[in-house]
Design a protein around this ligand. Sequence first.
Ligand SMILES: Nc1ncnc2c1ncn2[C@@H]1O[C@H](COP(=O)(O)OP(=O)(O)OP(=O)(O)O)[C@@H](O)[C@H]1O
Ligand SMILES: [Mg+2]
Length: 247
Amino acid sequence: MSQEILNVEKLCVSIADKEILKGLDLKMGEGETHVIMGPNGAGKSTLGNTLMGKEEYEVTSGKITFSGEDLLEMSTSERAKKGLFMTFQNPIEVPGVRLSEFVRSSCEALGNKMSLWNFKKAAAEQMKVIGMDPSYLDRELNVGFSGGEKKKAEIFQLLMLKPKLAILDETDSGLDVDAVRIVSEGVKAYQEQNNGALLIITHSTRILESLNVDKVHVLYNGKIVAEGDGSLIDEINENGFEKFMKD
Ligand SMILES: Nc1ncnc2c1ncn2[C@@H]1O[C@H](COP(=O)(O)OP(=O)(O)OP(=O)(O)O)[C@@H](O)[C@H]1O
Ligand SMILES: [Mg+2]
């Protein structure tokens, strides 16, 4: 493994006093692409939200280090500054804030202050990668965006913010065939442009077809119950999760 970027050890997480993650272990190296698969309700989004530091997710025990530093000691914005990023299963709409303002101020918060001219130039370049018209920059964040447009807007943010580790929570769900291809090209560009690490949560494996996957983890009932290489995806597609569901 390359230099370690993420190490989750025996993580237990509760929401509203219900234990969702029950001793989860996960290790990732810099620039690696890992996939998390698992049945609905297994705790995949919970893991992502916990890594991002969303407050309703209570870590009851366990450890998380990010580039060797204790992640659990950091606020949500500190985590973002350190290079963590997540796309959401259901991106929120933010009326009154334009996509351009949102992304430019996020870049600035991460230490990449750009003049409006430079920002627009960089934005247009990245939008081209994912076939997004620059006119979206002037629209309010996600307001009235179609499902696919919201996902593209997130990949646009990924390309602009260049995090060290991006967690993609079902970025490919609800996308048409062409949109999946475009989004996966965007994700590939992120990998190539900055050797960024990826944790991809997905049910459909179409987005993975053009990406190099280093490791696949199966999350069931709050734990990683199996790990393997890309061939595990084919096995799950063929036989489902039943094999892993022994408590
Ligand atoms: N805010 C919350 N309040 C109460 N229960 C929650 C909350 N968030 C998640 N849960 C519960 O935690 C469990 C795991 O949810 P999670 O969203 O992590 O599953 P998932 O693996 O992402 O599933 P899916 O594949 O359907 O997206 C579910 O039973 C869910 O109902
Ligand atoms: Mg989920």
